[in-house]
Write a protein that binds this ligand. Structure first.
Ligand code: GDP
Ligand code: GDP
Length: 458
């Protein structure tokens, strides 16, 4: 069984164009007229190394017997039912229209796994719509240009773990070994179960101690399953009960490497690790206490942040340190200075060798996960925003007062917020940082990336 992706969205956003690009044949007609193709069509898609099935819902021509909306609803629901995930396209140039909302609504109600794509994003014309897209609350949009073939790498990045997971699922003959996925309801989509294990990736430079750490945890805890291989790539996952918490640890280079170490392999193992970040909910960035914050560490940590994962920084080989107090202080300073984007992320010292600190690591992971999932009510946010504005009003560039009227949380994992603002383009970056840092402090959200978008009213 192969992975199936449905491309959904209102007419004219570029579904067929993207379908054609993925399938590589002129299977679907493209036309300036909305929806010249009929109904659903299926094709074999290729994207980088991935092979999957793609469904196009382009058959949305104005029908005489049925409203466009009714038809869109019906087709979208059918496609959702057939697919493992939906690529929901909007037109980044047009922004979010009511018909997009209808579609978003269906996807939400059907609990579909949604990848949000903002198409026609080539050039600057697409930028505002891209921000608009956040407000749909369906996660971070992938900027695409189906016509120009842009954004396909990013699409590949988000699809890879999904396709791999589907293939791993298909390959596993013992269903009880896989708790991660998919309850299949009769006609419905595959819905990730709520109480699946917490997905953790341990990443870090070669020799930071990743495999020692994982083996230590394994040695002390109950292994539920594993290792399970990802089919298309080299990631391996292990499910275990870690101090009462079901977790799945994605390992990359760690367990397999040992064999050969040369430069090429080092590079490979790091990029392997980066890939594992995409499977993870919480990323443990493992540093070597003797040589923390090297360029590679910073890159890795930055990547985890940009991918929007909850992050815990673990400083390993703590058993080798003599001046622990001084060292800890230096580490915290270095962390503040070199990784400001991870401000407040928990920093724990561990010894993978002796096992010391693993309980603290466990606790830090759980709390980071919790924060990552946090949802703050709109009422609370607006009261808070009022206070922040009063304490420190936004500057008035050229005498033009900036108003911020309304704030809401549009997503979790990681938390994302939108603030309705009168002149979003005039708000300095420093003011956005003021708000983000304030959110972090006042709502106690350490260790999670916070996305805050200003949106114009209009
Ligand atoms: P569908 O109705 O959603 O299947 O949309 P189509 O694929 O038929 O595309 C609708 C129109 O948008 C066509 O004129 C396409 O050429 C155009 N289009 C599709 N993708 C892009 C893109 O990435 N950029 C721009 N500028 N136009 C696009
Ligand atoms: P990986 O490349 O990140 O998987 O690193 P390894 O787990 O292979 O560890 C690299 C080296 O560091 C090995 O020689 C380990 O024995 C050593 N090491 C790992 N963790 C610790 C630790 O907590 N303390 C000490 N003293 N050595 C460690």
């Amino acid at each position: 069984m192969s992975f199936t992706l449905a491309i959904v969205g209102r007419p004219n956003v570029g579904k067929s164009t993207l379908f054609n690009r993925l399938v590589g044949k002129r299977l679907a007609l493209v036309d300036d007229q909305p929806g010249v193709t009929r109904d659903l069509r299926e094709g074999d898609a290729r994207l980088g190394p991935l092979r999957f099935t793609v469904i196009d819902t382009a058959g949305l021509e104005e029908a005489t017997d049925e409203s466009l909306q009714g038809r869109m609803r019906r087709l979208t629901e059918r496609a959702v039912g057939m697919a493992d995930a939906c690529l929901f396209l909007i037109d980044a140039r047009a922004g979010v229209l009511p018909a997009d909302e209808v579609c978003a609504d269906i996807l939400r109600r059907r609990n579909a796994h949604v990848i949000l794509g903002a198409n026609k994003a080539e050039g600057r014309a697409g930028e505002s719509g891209l921000l608009d897209a956040y407000a749909l609350g369906l996660g971070e949009p992938v900027a695409l240009s189906a016509e120009h073939g842009e954004g396909l790498d990013e699409l590949l990045d988000v699809l890879t773990p999904l396709v791999e997971a589907a293939e791993a699922r298909a390959a596993a003959d013992a269903p009880e070994t896989d708790v991660d996925v998919a309850e299949e309801d009769e006609d419905g989509p595959r819905v990730p179960t709520v109480d699946r294990p917490l997905q953790i990736a341990v990443i870090g430079r070669p020799n930071a101690g990743k495999s020692t750490l994982i083996n230590k945890i394994l040695g002390e805890e109950r292994l539920l399953t594993g290792p399970e291989a990802g089919i298309t790539r080299d990631a391996i996952s292990l499910s275990l009960d870690w101090a009462g918490t079901p977790v799945r640890i994605w390992d990359t280079a760690g367990m397999r490497k040992k064999a050969k170490i040369d430069d090429k392999l080092e590079k490979l193992s790091v990029s392997d690790g980066l890939r594992a970040v995409r499977f993870a909910e919480v990323v443990v960035v493992l540093l070597d206490a003797a040589i923390p914050f090297e360029q590679q560490d910073l890159r890795i940590a930055d990547f985890a942040e940009r991918e929007g994962r909850a992050v815990v920084v673990a400083v390993n080989k703590w058993d080798l340190e003599d001046e622990k107090q001084d060292k800890l202080k230096a580490l915290k300073d270095g962390f503040e200075r070199l990784l400001p984007q991870l401000r407040g992320a928990p920093l724990v010292t561990v010894s993978a060798k002796t096992g010391r600190g693993l309980d603290r690591l466990h606790a830090a992971i759980l709390s980071a996960y919790d924060v990552w999932n946090r949802r703050i009510s709109t009422g609370q946010l607006n009261r808070w925003l009022g206070g922040m504005l009063e304490a420190h009003p936004p500057p008035a560039p050229g005498g033009r007062r900036i108003r911020m009227r309304y704030m809401t949380q549009v997503k979790t994992r990681p938390p994302g917020f939108v603030v309705m603002t009168s002149h979003p383009e005039s708000v300095p970056e420093s003011y956005v940082r003021y708000l983000v840092n304030g959110l972090r402090a006042d709502f106690d959200m350490p260790g999670t990336p916070i996305r805050l978008h200003l949106r114009g009213q209009g």
